[in-house]
Design a protein around this ligand. Structure first.
Ligand SMILES: [Zn+2]
Length: 76
């Protein structure tokens, strides 16, 4: 799994809607990629801050902010 796949699967992961094989690869990537670990943290914090129960309800602005931050981390 690479970072692009990871980002696309974050929503499924947080909803528990991910097949077991994908979930294993997701967690494996999380363990070796600090950028994605931070992305997931940020994503969870955004959900907590907005009070939304599922990431589906994250506003387009918040999503764009997260993706921009994620690209900055990858550049480091
Ligand atoms: Zn990654």
């Amino acid at each position: 799994m690479d970072c692009v796949d990871f980002v696309e699967l974050v929503t499924d992961f947080l909803e528990g809607a991910m097949p077991q094989d994908d979930e294993r690869r997701f967690i494996e990537h999380l363990a070796v990629c600090p950028g994605c670990e931070r992305y997931l943290d940020q994503y969870r914090q955004t959900i907590a801050t907005t009070g939304e129960l599922t990431p589906d309800h994250i506003s387009p602005d918040a999503r764009r902010h997260l993706l921009t931050a994620f690209r900055d981390w990858q550049r480091q």
